[in-house]
Design a protein around this ligand. Structure first.
Ligand code: PEP
Ligand code: MG
Length: 594
């Protein structure tokens, strides 16, 4: 195989691109380039008193678009010289157009003088610039108008916070190639149609990566030159989600090699499927509860097929994705009740809305995007407590869904005991209100728990345990906030490591606090689904793990060959270490012997 990114206009032939393998499996299919299409934008008049705010909205979208381009530029710098140069020029030109350009000046004037909304102002300005260019027959200028359109589309997309094009109704076995795929866009993918996807931006523990694993879709993120290398829609693609490779127009030899790898992968899955009905019990008789994380109702079949003992983390954001309005109580209730009923008496832990940072939702009207640093801003429980009617509606829906089976309520991004108490008071009020209604008079108060995913929460877990009925340790955010590494940023993905001793000490402290207080504690971050870490988590006293359904068989296999006492001893050994590499080696060494 010839490796390295190719230049625009290369002769056809096999080309290989490298990125982060975030979701295992081999996809063989045809390229679907998800480029910017024509977007329908809302058009309305803005009253004079609101025009300053509308201009500020445009400014914020310009800023976000610039940030996206800067990120792409940084990625491009890592490419081979000639490609980096070519791509660098292009991105510089785009950045320039987002500075004090005719496009921005014109759009701003249309808002201020004509009272147009920002999206319509940008589109009208592009149309006028294009009309001017169309009169001139010049290839250079023709290329520039394409650039203006691309920049305008980026801006409008940022304003309306919508996917470029719907990712449904694609030909079977499509491999999506795109700049970036948001969690909301990923939710639109139909696994039967799409064989896998690759993106330029995105990190290993981003929600998009997590969703790919849950959907069982092979995925490679962080592939620098993917969108500017002349790949055409319809070209044959092989995508290796474990090795992080995208092979374009593979030779017959490469194709045969990957078909064999794919067959071997499917044989391995069939072998693991046979574990479905066997207990997750260590050799010395310790029972471990293996549950599934659920991001979309479409994953329910695989959750049931994997033999999950419940849903240990239901990320409720799906109810709010890809829509402009907020779902009401009835709609949320129906969505949740369907999951609870389908689980047939197995417990479902519903997490309240965890919006913010990468998890942006159009239905919230951009209320969460204004923070200087969204990961540290008004998100998750902070937003729910600020927008109390939103929280009350969600709690009412969860309470009503609990009539269909055992439910627990989980709060994201808790950092103080005050937050848990505030939610409990609201929950009690909502419960009283619901009991007064005829439709659900007998509903009981479900257990209320906290995600331990902020270092401050882990370090005060003993205090939190007094106000919580259970803990769920979220190692994804705990790692991000402890090490100050954005989990969704491919540029620092190599530094992201949940085996860092600082993260492990926080897990240990939180688990011990839960044990002392006699409340259940689970781990539901991606670490829970990594069989390499099973010995460590069990050794630290964790008895409940929640993970992507597809990870359950491998973790169960690990549990079943393990001696719990030996796991305890190994965990002690690990906790004496200060080097993540040495810790990984100690785990691998244990796993090789067990
Ligand atoms: C976590 O942070 O570990 C977690 C499970 O929550 P999410 O990945 O949804 O942020
Ligand atoms: Mg989290």
């Amino acid at each position: 195989m010839r490796t390295g990114s190719s230049r625009k206009g290369d002769a056809r032939g096999e080309r290989v691109f490298h990125g982060l393998g975030v979701s295992e499996g081999i996809a063989i299919g045809t390229a679907h380039l998800n480029e910017r299409g024509v977007m329908e934008v809302p058009e309305y008049d803005v009253p004079a008193a609101e025009r300053d705010a509308e201009r500020a909205r445009l400014d914020a979208a310009v800023k976000r678009s610039r940030q996206q381009l800067e990120k792409l530029r940084a990625k491009a710098a890592g490419l081979p010289d000639s490609v980096a140069e070519e791509l660098g020029f292009l991105l510089d030109a785009h950045l320039h157009m987002l500075a004090d350009s005719r496009l921005i000046r014109g759009a701003t004037r249309r808002i201020a003088e004509d009272g147009r909304n920002a999206e319509a102002a940008v589109q009208a300005e592009i149309a006028e610039i294009a009309a001017g260019f169309a009169a001139v027959e010049d290839r250079y200028l023709a290329a520039r108008i394409q650039d203006v359109r691309e920049v305008g589309d980026r801006l409008v997309r940022s304003l309306i916070n919508r996917p470029y094009q719907p990712l449904s109704h694609l030909p079977p076995d499509s491999v999506i190639l795109t700049e970036e795929l948001s969690p909301a866009e990923t939710a639109l993918i139909t696994p039967g149609e799409v064989a896998g996807f690759a993106t330029v931006l995105g990190g290993v523990e981003s929600l998009t990566a997590i969703m790919a694993r849950s959907l069982g879709l092979p995925a490679v993120l962080g592939v620098p030159a993917l969108m500017h290398s002349g790949i055409r829609s319809g070209e044959l693609i092989v995508l290796d989600g474990s090795a992080g490779l995208v092979v374009v127009s593979p030779t017959a030899g490469t194709l045969a090699e990957y078909k064999e790898k794919h067959a071997a992968y499917l044989r391995e899955r069939r072998r693991l499927d046979r574990l479905r009905d066997l207990p997750a019990r260590t050799r010395d008789g310790v029972e471990i509860r293996l549950q599934a994380n659920l991001e979309l109702p479409g994953e329910l079949d695989s959750v049931l097929a994997a033999g999950a003992e419940g849903v240990g983390l239901l990320r409720s954001e799906f109810l709010f994705m890809n829509r402009d309005d907020l779902p009401g109580e009835e709609e949320q209730y129906l969505g949740l009740a369907a999951v609870v009923s389908a689980m047939g008496g197995k417990p479902v832990t519903v997490r309240t809305l965890d919006v913010g940072s990468e998890k942006l939702l159009t239905s919230l009207g951009g209320r969460t995007t204004e923070s200087v640093n969204p990961a540290l801003g008004l998100r998750a429980i902070r937003l729910s407590l600020k927008e109390q009617p939103l929280l009350e509606t969600q709690l009412a829906a969860i309470l009503r869904a609990s009539a269909h089976g055992p439910v627990r309520i989980l709060l994201p991004m808790i950092s103080t005991t005050g937050e848990v108490r505030a939610v409990r008071r609201i929950l009690e009020k909502v419960l009283r209100r619901i009991r007064r209604r005829k439709q659900a008079p007998k509903i009981e108060m479900p257990p209320l728990g906290a995600m331990i995913e902020v270092p401050g929460a882990a370090l005060t877990a003993d205090a939190l345990a007094r106000d919580c009925d259970f803990f769920a340790i979220g190692t994804n955010d705990l790692t991000m906030y402890t090490l100050a590494i954005d989990r969704g940023d491919d540029q620092v993905a190599h530094l992201y490591n949940p085996l860092h001793p600082a993260v492990l000490r926080l897990i240990q402290f939180a688990a011990e606090a839960a044990h002392r207080a006699g409340i259940p504690v689970s781990v539901c971050g991606e670490m829970a689904g990594d069989p390499r870490c099973t010995v460590l988590l069990l050794g630290l006293g964790i008895r409940e793990l929640s993970m992507a359904a597809g990870s359950i068989p491998r973790v169960k296999e690990r549990v079943r060959v393990m001696d719990h006492l030996a796991a305890n001893r190994r965990a002690h050994m690990v906790m004496d270490q200060w080097d993540a590499g040495r810790i990984a080696a100690l785990l691998d060494d244990f796993n090789a012997l067990a």
